[in-house]
Design a protein around this ligand. Sequence first.
Ligand SMILES: [Zn+2]
Length: 249
Amino acid sequence: MIVHASYKRLQNIIPSLSPSRFFEALTGEVFPDGSVIFPSFTYCLKRKDGTHEVYSSDKSIPKTGYLSQKFIEHPGVIRTSSPTHSFGLSGDVTNYIRGDNSPESPLGFGSVMQWVADSDNSYALLIGTDFTSFTFIHFLEHYYKVPYLEQFCWEDDYIAAAAGIEREIHLTEVPGCSKGFIKLEKFLLGNKLIQKQLFSGVPVYYINLRFLTDAADDFFKFHYAELLCSDEKCQCCASRKKYLQKEKF
Ligand SMILES: [Zn+2]
């Protein structure tokens, strides 16, 4: 199970819940024989001007929220080495994915997301967040081979390489903006393919990922361009839209 959760929103549901009690419940009671995975992304791409952060599994602070930070500090959790898209891993997954996992396609082939997609009974739990922070959708971009994924879209300021303390890694299929993922969420809700539950007013999704992969098939085949957001200031989506236009002619 991959977890995306806002601690503030989680506390709206259960005010006294500490991060460690939450993790103990997930790893010990809900999935005692399974795997619990949190993103702990730091987006350490190499900047053209050399001012980028160099990623270290021990020291780099996740930019994916307070619970991500607490999870990688939790006993028994290992953190992977991808300078851009590392994960905190607990349970069975650590028998298959090692701490040095750092694929060239950070959320595609050979990544933690690929392992999740290949596993039976894999789920995503979203608490107080929407699809804009749903990492598995980036894997689906890879799985469905959306044409814009070939376009590195941070080219104004960055090069397609990740800066790690041990080495630099050339990257392919660098994940872009996820603001447009809300369109897929609306599509799935509109077609009653997923269900949003509300607990104390906080939205919660619990989604089987194999089911999601199949349910999103039509969207990815015919509407993938809608995953690029409509914010005029978004450099990444603008770059990829331009790329799609060029491909058409
Ligand atoms: Zn965008």
